[in-house]
Design a protein around this ligand. Structure first.
Ligand SMILES: Nc1ncnc2c1ncn2[C@@H]1O[C@H](COP(=O)(O)OP(=O)(O)OP(=O)(O)O)[C@@H](O)[C@H]1O
Length: 946
């Protein structure tokens, strides 16, 4: 169910002599808190100022007991200024079991109620566990020292509360008391389980600073990180109220330990009541206002309260330590039997008084009853299963996640290396097999070719050859070094399917590895430089730490003093307003404004001296850089390994290729194409003689025709070669030349086919084409063709020839376009790679510059702070030395004020000049102002100075 977070406001009682300073009142009927400035704040429970502890509990928290027993999580959070009774409300005055129960706070009352409720459900098995921790900054400390403790009764819990209270750190810590209630009961054959938690958070009051937000509005920000983050969570949750915030990704819970622990209380699954404790005094007006404004936001938050229950079916007996129980039972039986013997002897003895004799007889009877009971009850007893503790993600889960992530990464790396080995070995085997194939193929092809024209081998690819092989069109892959191994895989997969020998691709991959290695080396040296710069800065920060701390301390003191002055001025101002004394009101208002500005400046100075997380951040950034470096070095090692493997393979293949070429050449030398043809013809003659299908005259005629055809073919090739030569000499071919080239190619191919046909006739083979024609062609169409006259046939052939040339030409154009696109793609990939590399270099250069600027800034800051840490007079001189004084715009009459104002103005200016731009944007910019004193009045004038 969706339930709003409830708020209650308790006003801290004031001493009698202080009642005229009261500026807060509560209306218990309308549940509204009224302020002296006529503002009013609606809340769920407006408690009266003289409200007793019992009323506070019964009105606000008592209903939560039922929720807890039903299995829902409940939460009580106390908020407010320091000293307004938060701990008093939760625990009571210095809680002690012996102290009056009427003074007991919410926690002891709640515990008592819970135990009373537990008694009402006798059929259930209950267990109560208690934990109590305190949160100091970002550290969590166990107040009980032993984590979660099981408590069998109320006094156990009260004793633990006493123990915990003695361990609470004064002031600075938030505390979180949790009570976990487990209940189990059997319904028919099932076991019902409910686990619910009641948490009580006592949030320590935090100091506030005034800052200007982006709209120039003054904002109060708590200095405690936990409260600050809680404020942000509350703001975000209240702004998103009504919308879906199921995943809470944008709620900054994880930014502090406190909010991580309170996640369920705000926007989570708990039924929550926020107890706001406020001071009614005028002097605490700002703090009260802050608390009430936060309470207003809290009421807008909706929690989704659920019952934490589950059911189990198995018998629970198995889960107990059966052996242990049996052993204990046996021992007990033995003891009881021994006792029985003893008792019987005693009873028979007359020495015992009668009352004791009776007691013993009673005991013996009870024992007999128990034995009877056990022997009768053959059914095993049902016992309850132990609830397994659910380990929820704690605030340090990110660390364990990081470790897991690291382990995963190293495992992935190992898998990658193994896969790479496997792939290389497979490729080796495949390429060995392919090389053998190629050798055989090339020799066979050469033997069939009837011409020895070099240009023929080079140029005429034939009709099917016009479609380029995948190897020729191999896309140039992106050279992104980080994805290089992936690319090898794709590339090599392509190769396996398209080319027999991945030699060229291997060369390409090797080239890519070399490029990647070069880039990697640059990155390594770049990162090494960055690491050095960071280490230097770190050294400096550590060196300057003490000076900064002491300066910070001084500014802190000054801030506290100014805050007091500011509060006094504010109180005077409010009093003047209440008294409607306009003159004084104006005067104090000016004073408040001036003090506010001064306070802000001093806060800025204090913030500058604050190291905050700078050192930690730098440390973690250094750590990250070192890790990156490690990764790059690992990557380098791996790639170098692959490089040497590829180099070796390429070398081996090169040797194999030259060897195979040599063997093919020797084969060619032995059997020139002419001799091959002669051999073929001889073979065909032999076949022919056996077939005796053609006479000698017809055979000679066929040979003569073949010779003529070859001559024509050689002439055509010669012509084609001439055009080829022209294009090789970088002369662009015109359209008709291009077309001629294709015509020659097509004609050569046609003549080859005719020669092949005639050769097969000479050999006495049934020409394949005839078979095909008989089986597949449309007989009607064939008959028509045969009826065509010679002239008509010639025209038809010519038309087909032209059509083929057209097709070839358009296909060639398409190929050219594809090549063009491929080369564009290659260029773009190269440019992208170059740009990303340059970007990386620029980025790391910028990072180095920022760090070195920070270093300069640190050095100067150190000088300034060293001067500030000494006495005031020295301060001024020290600052003058560092910064000069030409831009000072403040003119204040009082000497000490002059020093302060000058200091601030110079420091602000110095900060703006020297801080890196990023830091300037983070820090609030102090407005340029001219301050003068006239007739005891501080006059502030805003100056527009660019
Ligand atoms: N309603 C009250 N009735 C009686 N005494 C009170 C009441 N509220 C507060 N006090 C007393 O005021 C003092 C300060 O209260 P308490 O320590 O509970 O404040 P706090 O808000 O918890 O302060 P801090 O945030 O500094 O821990 C205590 O001595 C407490 O007993």
């Amino acid at each position: 169910m969706e339930l709003s977070v409830e708020t209650a406001v308790r006003i801290c009682p004031v001493a009698f002599n202080n009642t005229d300073m009261v500026c807060v009142q509560s209306n218990t009927i309308s549940n509204t808190i009224h302020l002296a400035n006529a503002q009013s704040y609606p809340v769920n429970y407006a408690l009266p100022m003289d409200c007793c502890q019992n009323t506070v509990f019964t009105t606000t928290v008592a209903p939560l007991v039922n929720y807890l027993v039903e299995g829902c999580d409940v939460s009580v959070v106390t908020l407010g200024q320091s000293g307004t009774g938060k701990s008093y409300t939760l625990l009571g005055p210095g809680f002690h079991c012996a102290s009056s129960e009427s003074e007991h706070g919410i926690i002891p009352r709640f515990i008592r109620e819970v135990f009373t409720k537990m008694k009402q459900y006798r059929d259930r098995n209950w267990s109560v566990h208690v934990t109590w921790s305190q949160i100091c900054g970002e550290n969590v400390q166990d107040l009980l020292g032993v984590g979660s403790i099981e408590c069998g009764n109320i006094s156990d819990v009260f004793q633990l509360i006493q123990l915990g209270m003695s361990n609470i750190a004064p002031k600075c810590a938030h505390t979180l008391f949790t009570l976990t209630l487990e209940q189990q009961w059997v319904v028919d054959t099932t076991v019902q389980h409910r686990v619910s938690t009641a948490s009580f958070a006592d949030l320590a009051g935090s100091e506030k600073v005034l800052v200007y937000d982006s709209n120039g509005m003054m904002q109060t920000i708590p200095t405690d990180l936990g409260i600050q983050t809680l404020q942000r969570c509350i703001m975000t949750l209240s702004e998103t109220c009504g919308t879906q915030y199921n995943h809470y990704n944008f709620i900054p819970y994880t930014q502090s330990v406190l909010t991580t622990l309170l996640k369920d209380s705000f926007g989570g699954r708990a039924k929550t009541v926020v107890m706001c404790c406020v001071s009614p005094l005028i002097q605490d007006f700002t703090e009260t206002l802050y608390t009430l404004q936060l309470a207003l936001r809290v009421q807008m938050i909706k929690n989704f309260v659920t019952v934490n229950s589950y059911t189990t079916f198995e018998s629970l007996q198995e889960n107990f330590d059966v052996f242990g129980l049996q052993f204990a039972a046996n021992q007990l039986f033995k003891l009881v039997s021994n006792a029985e013997e003893l008792f019987q002897r005693l009873v028979s003895n007359e020495f015992l008084p009668k009352s004791e004799q009776e007691q013993i007889s009673q005991w013996l009877m009870l024992k007999q009853e128990c034995e009877d009971c056990l022997s009768e009850n053959s059914e095993p007893h049902r016992s309850l299963e132990r609830i397994e503790e659910e380990i929820e993600g704690s605030y340090d889960s990110s660390e364990s996640e990081a470790i897991e992530e690291e382990e995963k990464e190293s495992l992935l790396d190992k898998v990658q290396v193994l896969m790479e080995h496997f792939r290389i070995n497979t490729n080796k085997l495949v390429s060995q097999a392919n090389a053998t194939d190629l050798m055989l193929n090339s020799c066979t092809k050469e033997s069939v070719n009837s011409s020895n024209n070099e240009y023929h081998l080079k140029g005429a690819r034939g009709r099917r050859g016009s479609i380029h092989s995948a190897e020729e069109f191999h896309p140039v892959l992106s050279l992104n070094a980080s994805k290089i191994s992936e690319e090898y895989t794709t590339q090599e997969n392509d190769q396996k399917s398209t080319t027999p020998l991945p030699y060229e691709s291997k060369k390409k991959i090797l080239k890519q590895i070399v490029t990647a290695l070069e880039l990697n080396q640059k990155k390594i040296s770049d990162l090494e430089k960055t690491i050095k710069v960071k280490e230097n800065l770190m050294e400096r920060l550590l060196k300057h730490k003490d000076t900064k701390t002491s300066a910070h301390h001084k500014f802190e003191q000054k801030c506290q003093m100014l805050r007091k002055e500011y509060k006094n001025a504010e109180v005077k101002f409010l009093q003047a307003r209440l008294q409607k004394n306009h003159h004084l009101e104006g005067k104090y208002k000016n004073e408040v404004v001036a003090l506010e500005e001064k306070l802000r400046d001093t806060e800025s100075l204090k913030n500058i001296t604050e190291d905050g997380n700078k050192l930690l951040e730098l440390e973690s950034s250094l750590h990250t850089s070192k890790k990156q470096l490690e990764k790059l070095k690992k990557y380098k090692q791996e790639k170098e390994k692959y490089k040497s493997i590829y180099e070796k393979q390429i070398k081996e293949e090169k040797m194999k290729m030259s060897h195979s070429k040599g063997s093919c050449e020797s084969f060619d030398k032995q059997k020139t194409p002419d001799s091959k043809v002669v051999a073929l013809l001889n073979k065909s003659n032999a076949t022919m003689n056996s077939n005796v299908s053609l006479n000698n005259e017809e055979l000679e005629c066929l040979r003569h025709e073949i010779r003529n055809l070859r001559k024509t073919r050689d002439y055509l090739l010669e012509q084609r070669y001439k055009i080829d030569l022209k294009s090789q000499n970088k002369k662009i071919l015109n359209d008709s030349e291009e077309r001629k080239l294709l015509q020659y190619e097509e004609a050569v191919e046609a003549i080859d086919l005719i020669i092949e046909y005639k050769n097969s006739i000479i050999c006495g083979h049934q020409p394949l084409t005839d078979k095909v024609l008989e089986e597949q062609s449309d007989k009607m169409l064939m008959e028509r063709f045969l009826k065509l006259s010679e002239n008509e046939m010639r025209i038809l052939l010519h038309k087909y020839f032209e059509k083929i040339i057209d097709l070839r030409s358009s296909s060639k154009k398409l190929e050219m376009q594809i090549l063009d696109i491929e080369s564009q793609h290659e260029n773009l990939a190269y440019r992208v790679q170059n740009l990303s590399h340059t970007l990386q270099l620029v980025r790391s250069e910028a990072e180095r510059r920022i760090v070195s600027l920070q270093q300069q800034h640190e050095d100067k800051l150190y000088l300034v702070l060293r001067n500030l840490a000494s006495d005031n007079g020295e301060n001024d001189r020290g600052l003058s030395r560092v910064m000069g004084s030409k831009h000072v715009t403040l003119q204040v009459a009082g000497a000490s004020k002059q020093v302060d104002k000058k200091l601030i103005a110079r420091f602000t200016q110095y900060r703006q000049e020297t801080l890196p731009r990023q830091l300037q944007t983070v820090m609030p910019a102090a407005p340029q102002a001219k301050v003068t004193i006239e007739k005891n009045k501080i006059i502030l004038q805003k100056t527009n100075k660019n």
